[in-house]
Design a protein around this ligand. Structure first.
Ligand SMILES: [Zn+2]
Length: 94
């Protein structure tokens, strides 16, 4: 599952309101899913973040063109971990 919206920017940047909403979603949403996807579509690019209901962390994920379109966490150091999207995660997208 997830939420998305658009920004009139070439490359969308989450606003302070977006971050507030996303963190609130992690606090209040009871979906039974482990993760929630936050998508912002800009004029030229679409960016995707994933929120972890357990840790309350939100990290940006990127499409890997050479891994059959599977999304992976981009910056291992910055975010402290590297995690491929699992089958379980994909179940939550519907
Ligand atoms: Zn926004």
């Amino acid at each position: 599952m997830g939420v998305w919206h658009t920004h009139p920017q070439i490359i969308p940047e989450p606003s302070s309101i977006d971050w507030k909403d996303w963190y609130e979603t992690l606090e209040v949403d009871k979906t039974g899913c482990e993760y929630v996807f936050f998508v912002i579509a800009g004029v030229k690019e679409i960016r995707v973040w994933v929120g972890d209901f357990k840790s309350k962390n939100i990290i940006e994920i990127f499409e890997c063109a050479h891994s059959e379109g599977i999304y992976k966490v981009y910056e291992e150091k910055e975010y402290g971990r590297k995690k491929e999207q699992t089958e379980d995660t994909r179940v939550c997208e519907t």
